[in-house]
Design a protein around this ligand. Structure first.
Ligand SMILES: *[C@@H]1O[C@H](CO)[C@@H](O)[C@H](O)[C@H]1NC(C)=O
Ligand SMILES: *[C@@H]1O[C@H](CO)[C@@H](O)[C@H](O)[C@H]1NC(C)=O
Ligand SMILES: *[C@@H]1O[C@H](CO)[C@@H](O)[C@H](O)[C@H]1NC(C)=O
Length: 210
């Protein structure tokens, strides 16, 4: 009995210790920090693929998130902020924890370009449910909700499929299963939507402001 218990305990302990300290790392092997910005790039192209941008302003200061089209480019960097920490604090971003994602870009909109899951779609006809688009920004006179609303909360998870890397998931208000974010090709663009197949990504640090 004792012999059985010890390995079991060791497994339980190593799991709980591991979970508490699991962080996310960038392409340079450094911890992802909430006070830096990062390009979200497809993991399989080794950092040579196309990143994410704001596309199709369907209403002033309201955009959808899509992949850069044409020649591969890094796109627009984002900032990850764990929702349990105060805004603008400098913390390491943990795995599997609610984070807000905001495009690090100056726009004419007063609003931060924060990501949220939207019921709107770039097509005039409703896109086949239950796929939902990732939108950025909000109406000019609307403040960025804080504390964040469930539609603004995403998580970074490890992806250990054929391609190793990370994926982004959306868990809603926590009553249902989390959904992967993946790319959906439509009208000549690859839109970021909730999806059965995740976009496997890597995070490349943006060094422009150092
Ligand atoms: C990325 O692009 C560079 C420059 O074109 C090339 O040297 C490198 O092999 C590419 N890496 C991958 C993983 O494709
Ligand atoms: C982020 O915060 C850490 C810890 O306070 C600090 O070492 C680092 O220089 C900061 N990075 C930037 C880009 O400000
Ligand atoms: C959670 O979200 C689901 C799906 O959007 C909704 O049907 C449900 O009413 C929500 N529950 C709460 C407690 O807000």
């Amino acid at each position: 009995m004792k012999l059985l218990l010890i390995p079991l305990l060791a497994i339980i302990l190593s799991c709980s210790v591991g979970d508490a300290t699991q962080l996310v790392y960038d392409t340079e092997g450094h911890e992802l920090m909430s006070n830096s910005s990062y390009y979200i790039l497809p993991a399989e192209e080794g950092g040579n693929g196309s990143g994410l941008v704001m596309s199709y302003e369907w209403r002033r200061c309201n955009y959808f998130v899509a992949q850069v089209q044409g020649k591969p480019k890094d796109g627009i960097p984002v900032v990850f902020q764990p929702s349990k920490d105060s805004l603008f604090s400098a913390v390491a971003v943990p795995l599997s924890t609610d984070v807000m994602i905001t495009f690090h870009i100056n726009t004419v909109c007063v609003q931060f370009m924060f990501w949220h899951i939207s019921d709107e779609s770039p097509s005039s006809t409703a896109s086949s449910p239950p796929r939902q688009h990732v939108a950025a920004g909000k109406d000019e006179d609307a403040d960025m909700p804080f504390p964040p609303t469930p539609d603004m909360l995403f998580r970074i998870e490890r992806h250990n499929g054929e391609t190793k890397g990370y994926k982004l998931v959306f868990c809603g208000n926590g009553t249902g299963p989390c959904e992967n974010l993946g790319l959906h090709a439509f009208k000549g663009e690859n839109w970021l939507t909730t999806s059965a197949s995740p976009l496997v990504v890597a995070f490349k640090k943006d060094h422009r402001y150092e």
